[in-house]
Design a binder for this molecule. Structure first.
Ligand code: NAD
Length: 361
């Protein structure tokens, strides 16, 4: 009895110390309460959003990191109680295969590196979350999906808005035709680029493309999840106000998506405009989000009035949902196939800009 009491007390103490210790404590009972996530690439999004969100998650925690910058190792180890054995660099990455603390690998690298690290993660026998946009091409997306299938591991894309109540309401209103048939969608996402001239986002070989890949993907997603349909034709044109900066990638793109039901989406992606909305005209009334795609501060209205939902930690909800999918062997609602569908639209948009014509998706 005394021994059992002692072990229980130790577990409770460990749980109070750190998320890692807490997960370890639950592990000793034979079943992991929380799955371990390793972040790959400790840049802005990993440090500003994902790591803090992993302090709020119920079903997963930050168990490891992969970084090419040695100076970050100690800072992150201290801040998030990450043991040295769970810290990797891009060369030692594949050794993660023998680390039972890491169940899920979350890739938060420049887009051109998503394919390589997704495939390496799957080969290491880990489930994968890969940031958006999924990859630089449809062909790369297909390879990533195949690698995860072959390894029998789940692959999900960091589409946080599928877990966000305002966007979920837009999906419901659109897909269930609550206000009748959808006629037009106005979807736009962009921000004004500052003075950074060296960022990877400006380099085609790392980013794959510009504002369309980075910001436009949200607008494409919005049109797709409000209609619940795949666009069949795309027409697009490009505009550059700072061509000296956007030498290699697109700055602003205007695109039109034609859906099988007849609904038309007019989209804008931009590195030169502060725009952030998803507006829908339906037969019996209009509904919209404006702010639509940010981490918080969502606002929306319908013919019934202002939307009023909680503002949640989107990243925590997204990662918890994936951890539950892994634990329960269930499919994710934001799989690699969804990232692939968006890339098909992106490629059709680039084709239309090049040809000056309407292009099939
Ligand atoms: P970032 O530049 O802040 O971080 C990128 C990280 O990758 C850095 O730590 C950098 O050191 C590392 N890196 C490794 N190899 C590199 C190389 N060859 N060149 C440049 N950097 C290299 O970028 P970020 O904003 O964190 O974006 C990372 C990924 O996350 C992108 O795919 C981006 O689209 C995605 N993202 C998603 C959201 C979202 O809301 N879901 C938000 C921001 C970024």
């Amino acid at each position: 009895m005394l021994r059992r009491q002692f072990i229980r007390n130790m577990s409770l103490t460990a749980a109070a110390i750190s998320p890692a210790a807490s997960a370890l404590a639950s592990c000793s009972s034979g079943k992991k309460d929380k799955l371990g996530i390793a972040l790959v690439g400790l840049g802005g999004y990993a440090s500003g959003q994902l790591a803090p969100a992993l302090l709020e998650t119920k079903h997963c925690y930050l168990s490891g990191i992969v970084t090419g910058t040695p100076a970050k190792e100690k800072i992150w180890a201290d801040k998030y109680s990450i043991p040295k054995k769970n810290i990797y660099n891009y060369d030692t990455f594949d050794k993660i295969s023998s680390n039972p603390d890491i169940d899920i690998i979350y890739i938060v690298l420049p887009v051109a590196l998503h394919k390589e690290f997704t495939i390496r993660a799957a080969k290491a026998g880990k489930h994968v979350i890969c940031e958006k946009p999924m990859a630089v091409s449809v062909a790369d997306c297909q390879e990533m999906i195949s690698a995860c299938k072959q390894a029998d591991k789940l692959l999900s894309i960091g589409y946080r808005l599928h877990f966000e109540p305002y966007n979920q309401e837009m999906m419901r209103l659109g897909q269930q035709k609550v206000y009748g048939a959808l006629k037009e969608i106005d979807c736009a996402n962009g921000y004004t680029w500052g003075n950074n001239t060296t960022a990877w986002r400006l380099k085609k070989n790392l980013a794959g493309g510009g504002g369309l890949m980075d910001m436009g993907v949200y607008a494409i997603q919005g049109a797709r999840y409000v209609t619940g349909e795949e666009p069949v034709f795309v027409t697009a044109r490009e505009e550059k106000k700072r061509p000296e900066l956007f030498k290699e990638v697109d700055e602003t793109i205007y695109f039109t998506l034609e859906f099988p039901s007849g609904c038309i989406a007019q989209g804008i992606s931009s590195y030169n405009m502060n725009i952030n909305h998803l507006k829908v005209k339906a037969a019996k009334g209009d509904f919209e989000l404006s702010e639509a795609y940010r981490y918080g501060g969502m606002a929306g209205k319908t013919p019934a009035g202002q939307m009023n939902f909680p503002q949640i930690n989107q990243q925590a909800a997204q990662m918890d949902d994936f951890a539950l999918c892994v634990k329960n062997g269930k499919p994710t609602r934001v799989p690699g196939e969804m990232g692939l569908k968006d890339m098909k639209v992106v490629e059709a948009i680039y084709r239309s800009i090049a040809s000056g014509k309407k292009e099939p998706v």
